[in-house]
Structure formats: structure tokens, C-alpha cells
Design a protein. Structure first.
Length: 122
């Protein structure tokens, strides 16, 4: 099977990266997929972050002060917005996973905000 060592349209130094169940190659910020019909790797759009990935940045928050469902929804939204402003990362619109340190900042900010609003956070 063709791969980075076999070229077929990949720039030197391309490395493989699995996103979901798809094998991509990346070089200088450009993603490549194998085109079976043309027998060559071709540049493709930035791959989307799998839907299940976005949930791994969430925190578990129990409404310790009996907040209503409406209040919980509003608090989640406002805390998410604040966590995005603190981390520079928005899991809802991310196309790739961030650096672990960025994801950690987002989760800590989200948890801190929810804790400040009366939720028990794990």
C-alpha cells in the first residue's frame, strides 16, 4: 500500500494522522487522502472533528442549588462562552483536537464557572 515513503503525491516529511476512522496524511498544514481512482494522494479540506470528540471537553456538573432546567441551560451556555474566551478553543466548532494544554484550560475554565454558579463539578 502506498504511504509517505512511497511518495505518490505526498510531500517529504508527511506524517500519518488518524481522525476518527480515517487515515490522513499531513504536511505543512495540508491534509491528504488516498484517491484510489487516480492512485495518488490528494490535498483535501481540513477534516472535521468527530462529533463524539466535542463531548470529551465537557464536564459533569450537578445542579447543587436545584437550578431549573432553563437555568442550567443558560449557565452552561454562558460558562461555555466564558471558557472559550479564556482558552481560545471552542469544542462546538473545532475541526481538529487542540493541544492537551488548551483542552485542559477550556475544561478548567468551564468547571470553575459552573462551580461559581452553584454546581458540583467533577
Amino acid at each position: 500500500m502506498p504511504g509517505p515513503r512511497h511518495s505518490h503525491g505526498l510531500p517529504a516529511g508527511a506524517r500519518e494522522i488518524w481522525i476518527g476512522s480515517m487515515l490522513y496524511f499531513i504536511a505543512a498544514g495540508t491534509y491528504y487522502l488516498w484517491n484510489v481512482e487516480r492512485n495518488v494522494y490528494e490535498p483535501v479540506s481540513h477534516p472535521p472533528l468527530p462529533a463524539s470528540e466535542a463531548t470529551r471537553y465537557d464536564v459533569i456538573a450537578y445542579p447543587a442549588k436545584d437550578q431549573s432546567a432553563e437555568q442550567q441551560s443558560r449557565d452552561r451556555y454562558e460558562c461555555h462562552t466564558w471558557a472559550v474566551s479564556q482558552s481560545g478553543f471552542d469544542p462546538a466548532s473545532a475541526r481538529t483536537a487542540p493541544a492537551a494544554s488548551v483542552a485542559d484550560i477550556y475544561k478548567r475554565a468551564l468547571g470553575a464557572c459552573l462551580t461559581g454558579r452553584g454546581y458540583s463539578v467533577n
